[in-house]
Ligand binder design. Structure first.
Ligand SMILES: Cc1cc2nc3c(=O)[nH]c(=O)nc-3n(C[C@H](O)[C@H](O)[C@H](O)COP(=O)(O)OP(=O)(O)OC[C@H]3O[C@@H](n4cnc5c(N)ncnc54)[C@H](O)[C@@H]3O)c2cc1C
Length: 67
């Protein structure tokens, strides 16, 4: 089995992991490939949305996902 490690689960890491998992879907299903997304934090924050948090329009918990 081939292992792909993506370092950093920010915006770029999540985009790469999503695209790779779609592109390698068959290989993942047949267990020829496994993708690991590694981050030092357990929370993923969608930072552009903090503009709405700063203006008081949205709560920050809406934009933070815990893995
Ligand atoms: C208020 C605000 C508004 C924004 N608006 C926009 C917008 O409208 N459009 C736009 O395109 N961009 C916007 N951005 C910028 C955008 O959020 C960043 O450009 C983007 O998040 C960068 O993605 P990245 O994956 O390179 O880095 P990050 O999203 O910062 O991800 C890096 C990840 O690596 C992890 N990491 C770092 N060091 C280590 C380590 N040693 N070991 C393990 N993990 C590690 C971090 O924990 C982090 O999760 C905005 C940013 C802010 C703050």
């Amino acid at each position: 089995m081939k292992k792909i490690v993506i370092l950093g689960g920010g915006t770029g890491g999540v985009v790469v992991a999503t695209r790779l998992s779609k592109y390698l879907h068959q290989e993942i299903i047949s267990e020829k490939v496994k993708i690991f997304l590694v981050d030092k934090n357990k929370n993923h924050e969608f930072r552009p949305s903090y503009l709405w948090v700063a203006t008081g329009n949205k709560k920050s918990r809406r934009y933070i996902k815990t893995t």
